[in-house]
Design a protein around this ligand. Structure first.
Ligand code: ZN
Ligand code: ZN
Length: 226
């Protein structure tokens, strides 16, 4: 979107706080910003889960090792953080993309290329965009690395929200493939998504990338379920 068009739209529809609806020029209004639960302090070095003390892994990662080398998230998936993501994902508020991508910057490790978790084609068509791709493309610009759509969905998956961790892994198993015409061989990949829940989807995407020759996959998401 051009700068003029977005300035014009801001006049017509002034930006509101996604969590409470107050007018604000920021991502969240000051009152909601203080309620945003940023993830700081001790975490599992592998999956980024908050812990009482820092560790290389946690019971989740020790049980079923993820294929990504690490995952980091900016906030806990609750309260204003969840509202922000809903606004961005389901309420068409794509103008949040730039500010949200900047939220991911502190969690970025060195990488050759940026990619994202793909959306089912029917969902992308219905929604008009893939929120993870919007974030990934902005983040690539911010880090000065290329953005490449490496992955595609190759079969339908059930909605993950009501599934147990084991069911989620099974649900996403063999659901992704590397797109023809792209090559990830020898590259370290920064994989972007909006929310990390059990990490099953991110891990399955990482497996496909690593088995196709990626050296490492580091995952960044806006939020993480606890
Ligand atoms: Zn607010
Ligand atoms: Zn962990």
């Amino acid at each position: 979107m051009s700068a003029y068009l977005s300035a014009f739209l801001d006049l017509l529809y002034p930006p509101r706080c996604p969590a409470c609806g107050r007018l604000t020029g920021e991502l969240l209004c000051p009152a909601c910003l203080v309620k945003l639960e940023s993830i700081r302090g001790p975490i599992c070095g592998r999956c980024g889960r908050p812990r009482s003390i820092s560790s290389h892994s946690c019971p989740d990662c020790a049980g079923e090792q993820p294929y990504f080398s690490s995952a980091r998230s900016a906030w806990v998936f609750a309260g204003p953080g969840r509202e922000l993501i809903y606004d961005f994902k389901y309420r068409n508020n794509t103008r949040l993309a730039e500010a949200l991508a900047k939220e991911l910057l502190p969690f970025v490790t060195s990488h050759d290329v940026v990619s994202w978790v793909p959306l089912a084609r029917s969902k992308k068509w219905a929604r008009g965009y893939n929120q993870a791709e919007l974030l990934g493309r902005r983040l690539a610009r911010l880090t000065g690395r290329p953005a490449v759509a490496f992955l595609k969905r190759i079969r339908r998956t059930a909605d993950q929200s009501r599934l147990s961790p084991a069911e989620r892994r099974k649900n996403v198993s063999r659901a992704f493939a590397v797109r023809r015409g792209t090559s990830v061989t020898g590259l370290s990949v920064l994989l972007v998504d909006d929310v990390l829940t059990t990490g099953a989807t991110a891990s399955e995407c990482a497996r496909v990338l690593v088995e196709s020759g990626a050296t490492t996959v580091h995952v960044v998401t806006l939020a993480r379920a606890l």
